[in-house]
Design a protein around this ligand. Structure first.
Ligand SMILES: [Zn+2]
Length: 421
């Protein structure tokens, strides 16, 4: 018995839309075997945010490697996870990050990503139309399969997903996870947003492809057989009307890469077919991730992705690195601040507190750890030498703590890193 099952997936607004201003859009449709096609479907219209809805939610750091101003901040939000399923959401987010960070150039920059999880709580467990069409659930971000009649197309209310993501300290890219094991996903051009099925091991590939669009501004490299591109030279770095010889002659597009080995196999050249069209347009390699899921980026795409990530991070040793939590701030001489966030934190176990303060250049900033004794804040540990970097260690019982930073001399920005029991 033999049958073919089309297994669709993601959404994207592509250039070169054939019909005009009708409320329709292209959706990318992915199959578990890696092939990608597109369908032109009715445009998704999200319900607006209710003025009464609270989008507040707890945020946890799955990985925090430095201040957000020097890092790429990836934010996971979850849909269809109840209050008792937060640990399941966390394990789903961790496995998706593991999948993304095993692919270059994410692997190379893995330690320059902050990865945040927003614990979005839903009333019901699971999402709409899962496992079959017609099932409706009350969830925080309205995620569901069978979006626009496409089984594997996993849509999300973009307004809600982005509002929940905004709870994280900074947002460079959002992944919305559905509490499901069914294969599916989608990509949106606005807001750097992709969806994936949290419990499905393959679905992270969709997000990596969508990163190619949102982060690298890369064109698709797949095409529909028999179609011909008739537009002008496209702006994408990985699609062109020019042949290899023309590129070389004009020193344009990926001319500098021609003939070089590429991670997806073979060498870079000009291969017929890109941006959905079979003829009249070329891609740089035979079969990259922008054509087939599960493949690497080709050398052209890889360098572009590398540069896009590099532009958002600061390479090099980060002051006070290696702590679970970090905060940055700025002080003038004589000024002081409490961290975290002009507030305090609670520990529910005894153990060791460890902190490091990297003060402004040529400054003398002091660091103290304070504990609430029931009626006042007591300083329990401090470091007030004249060096730029200060460290504090304290072994304490459960309770309420905060850090106090004082600019004894000099002014400028500081970074505080700390671990709590
Ligand atoms: Zn695509």
């Amino acid at each position: 018995m033999y049958r073919y099952i089309a297994l669709p997936l993601a959404v994207i607004l592509a250039a070169g839309t054939p019909a005009k201003a009708e409320q329709r859009e292209w959706r990318e449709v992915f199959s578990p075997d890696g092939t990608i096609t597109q369908l032109y479907v009715k445009k998704q219209v999200d319900s607006p945010l209710s003025p009464f809805a609270s989008m507040a939610a707890d945020v946890v750091a799955l990985q925090e490697t430095g201040p957000s101003s020097q890092r790429f901040d990836l934010v996971f939000v979850g849909d269809g996870y109840t209050s008792s399923q937060m640990s399941l959401l966390r394990s789903h987010a961790e496995s998706k990050w593991a999948e993304v960070s095993s692919v270059e150039p994410f692997r190379k920059y893995k330690n320059y990503f902050n990865v945040w999880l927003v614990n979005v709580i839903s009333t019901d467990s699971g999402v709409d139309n899962d496992p079959t069409r017609g099932i409706s659930r009350n969830t925080a971000m309205d995620m569901g399969f069978w979006c626009s009649g496409i089984e594997r197309l996993l849509c999300v209310n973009q307004n809600k997903a982005l509002a929940f993501a905004a709870n994280a300290p900074q947002v460079d890219q959002v992944m919305a996870l559905a509490n499901s094991t069914k294969y599916g996903g989608a990509g949106y051009t606005s807001g750097g947003l992709a969806t994936a099925s949290g419990g499905n091991a393959q679905s992270g590939q969709v997000a990596i492809h969508e990163f190619g669009h949102s982060l690298g501004k890369l064109a698709d490299e797949y095409f529909t057989a028999g179609t011909t591109y008739t537009g002008g030279e496209p702006s994408w770095a990985n699609a062109s009307k020019l042949t290899a010889a023309q590129m070389t002659a004009n020193r344009t597009k990926w001319h500098a890469y021609i003939g070089r080995a590429t991670p997806d196999g073979g060498v870079i050249g000009t291969f017929q077919g890109a941006n959905q069209y079979n003829y009249g347009i070329y891609r740089p390699s035979e079969n990259s991730l922008m054509r087939t899921l599960g493949k690497p980026f080709n050398l052209v795409g890889l360098d572009i992705m590398d540069a896009a990530i590099a532009a958002k991070i600061v390479i090099g040793p980060v002051a006070c690195a290696g702590y679970e939590t970090s905060r940055t701030g700025s002080l003038s001489t004589g000024g002081n601040a409490y961290q975290p966030d002009n507030s305090w934190f609670q520990t529910t176990a005894s153990g060791t507190h460890r902190a490091c303060l990297d003060g402004a250049t040529s400054s003398d900033f002091d660091l103290s750890l304070q504990k609430w004794n029931g009626s006042a804040w007591n300083t329990v540990a401090s470091s007030a030498g004249s060096t730029e970097d200060k460290t504090v260690t304290y072994s304490g019982t459960a309770g309420y703590y905060r850090y106090w930073i004082y600019a004894a001399s000099g002014s400028g920005t500081y970074t505080l890193g700390y671990d709590a029991p």
